[in-house]
Design a protein around this ligand. Sequence first.
Ligand code: IMP
Ligand code: MG
Length: 181
Amino acid sequence: MSAADLPVEIEHVLVTQEQIAQRISELAAEIDADYAGRNVLLVGVLKGAIMVMADLSRAMSSDPAVDWMAVSSYGVGTKSSGVVRILKDLDIDISGRHVLVVEDIVDSGLTLSWLLRNLNSRGAASVEVCTMLRKPEAARVEVRVKYVGFDIPAEFVVGYGLDYAERFRSLPYVGVLRTTP
Ligand code: IMP
Ligand code: MG
């Protein structure tokens, strides 16, 4: 895509549509192999994970079950605090299930670490995480993310499910938001 085609709010493309597609098929193959002989339940975190869930689940050969949670984390500005409220809970009872949490991005990791404690407390047989993007700060917290699409710099990104004030989720690539002077 040439720069001329980008929305004015997008500074540059960080991960292209082609790179995403390639990485998704690699991750799907890895996950299929790791869960061979076990039924995996993909748990997506709304709304950011919609694109990665749609692509990952279709790239997998094992017909995974899919469920969703919506959580809100109270925070100041764009930083989350780790204080989390469930807006929409799972429909499926996960006790004894092999759960793979599907995330758009792990930034501070606070939301995710709360979510993992919550899911583990429900008696899941296993809980792992697959995230499309991971920011450097995530390395500082104790959350084990088994599958990572791309490690990216600490910049605010949009597209491929990620929003800024509910905009840009449908962009097929991940772009860096232009910071207005
Ligand atoms: P944290 O890991 O608890 O800090 O929060 C992660 C959540 O914050 C993600 O699931 C996103 O919804 C949101 N988020 C973090 N970084 C970005 C970004 O660069 N763009 C858009 N949303 C982001
Ligand atoms: Mg999210």
